[in-house]
Write a protein that binds this ligand. Structure first.
Ligand SMILES: NC(=O)c1ccc[n+]([C@@H]2O[C@H](COP(=O)([O-])OP(=O)(O)OC[C@H]3O[C@@H](n4cnc5c(N)ncnc54)[C@H](OP(=O)(O)O)[C@@H]3O)[C@@H](O)[C@H]2O)c1
Length: 255
C-alpha cells in the first residue's frame, strides 16, 4: 500500500489549536506538507498558520457539527485545489470521572466530541479516499482505550470505541488501498493533562509524541502505541485474567 506524500495532496489535522495536534501540524509542515488545521479556537489556529506562511490552511470547525465538518472539508479542498490525502483525526477531550461523580451530561459531552466527532470527520474524508483508492487516515485513541482505567469511566469508553472502530475499518480500507492507523498515546504534556493531579508515569514532551506519530504514519503502521514503557505493560495487562488485571492496576494506581 502506498503511503501518501506531500506530492499527492494535503494533510488535515483536527484538534490543531493546541497540544498534540498543533505540534503534529508543525512537524508535518516541516516534512513539506500543506496542512489544513481545524479546531474551534480560530485565533489559535491563525497564530499557528501565521508562523508557517503559505503552508497552512485555517479551517475552523466544531467536530460535533456534522454539517459544519462536511462544509469545512469541502472548503479546504475547493480553496487549495487539492485533495486531503492524510487525515489525522485528533480532536478530543478528557474529563476525569469515577463512579461516585458519574454524570450523564459529562458522559454525553465526551462521547459527542471523541466518538461522534471523529465519526463526523471520518465521514467527511473517507468516501473520496475509497473512491480514489488512495489516502491515509489516522484516528487518535489512547492507551486508556486498551482497557478501562481508574478515573476514566467515560474517557476509556470513548477511546476503546475508537480502537474498535479502527480495527473494524481496517479490513475494508486495506481492500481499498487506503492506509489506516490508530494512535494510542500515553501521557503527553499538553493542556489536556495539565489539570491531572495524579502521577503520570513516562510523561512525554509533545514534540516527542508528534515525532512518534509521524514516524508511525510515514511507515504505514496500524497500531502506533507509545511510550513503550507504558504501552507494553498495558498491552500485557489486558490479556490477564480479570482478577489479576484489577489487582495489578488497583495496586499501581493507589495514589
Ligand atoms: N495528552 C495526552 O496525554 C493524551 C494521551 C492519549 C490520548 N490523547 C488524545 O490526543 C488528542 C489531543 O489531545 P491533547 O493532549 O493534544 O489535548 P489538547 O491540547 O487539549 O487539544 C485538544 C484539541 O482538540 C480540540 N477540540 C476539542 N473539542 C473540539 C471540538 N468540539 N471541535 C473541534 N476541536 C475540538 C481542541 O481545540 P479547540 O478547543 O480550539 O476546539 C484542541 O485543539 C485527544 O484526542 C486526546 O484524547 C492525549
Amino acid at each position: 500500500m502506498k503511503i501518501p506524500t506531500p506530492a499527492d495532496g494535503i494533510a488535515w489535522v483536527t484538534g490543531a489549536s493546541s497540544g498534540i495536534g498543533r505540534e503534529l501540524a508543525v512537524q508535518l509542515a516541516k516534512e513539506g506538507w500543506i496542512v489544513a488545521v481545524s479546531a474551534r479556537l480560530v485565533a489559535d489556529l491563525q497564530s499557528l498558520s501565521d508562523g508557517h506562511p503559505g503552508q497552512m490552511i485555517v479551517a475552523p470547525l466544531d467536530v460535533t457539527d456534522q454539517t459544519g465538518v462536511m462544509a469545512a472539508v469541502q472548503k479546504i479542498e475547493a480553496e487549495s485545489g487539492r485533495a486531503i490525502v492524510r487525515a489525522v483525526l485528533n480532536a478530543g477531550t478528557y474529563i476525569r470521572d469515577t463512579a461516585p461523580d458519574f454524570d450523564v451530561a459529562t458522559f454525553k459531552m465526551q462521547v459527542d466530541v471523541n466518538l461522534l466527532g471523529t465519526a463526523n470527520c471520518l465521514a467527511a474524508v473517507m468516501p473520496a479516499m475509497l473512491a480514489a483508492r488512495r489516502g491515509q487516515i489516522a484516528i487518535v485513541s489512547s492507551l486508556a482505550g486498551l482497557a478501562g482505567l481508574p478515573g476514566a469511566v467515560t474517557y476509556s469508553t470513548t477511546k476503546a470505541g475508537l480502537l474498535a472502530m479502527a480495527q473494524s475499518l481496517k479490513f475494508d480500507l486495506d481492500r481499498a488501498n487506503v492506509a489506516l492507523s490508530v494512535i494510542l498515546p500515553g501521557f503527553v504534556k499538553t493542556p489536556l493533562t495539565e489539570k491531572n493531579k495524579f502521577p503520570m508515569p513516562f510523561l512525554m514532551a509533545v514534540a516527542d509524541a508528534a515525532k512518534a506519530i509521524l514516524e508511525g504514519l510515514d511507515n504505514g503502521r496500524f497500531l502506533i502505541a507509545f511510550p513503550g514503557g507504558l504501552a507494553w505493560p498495558l498491552r500485557f495487562l489486558r490479556i490477564l485474567p480479570a482478577p489479576l488485571y484489577f489487582a495489578l492496576v488497583a495496586r499501581s494506581t493507589k495514589w
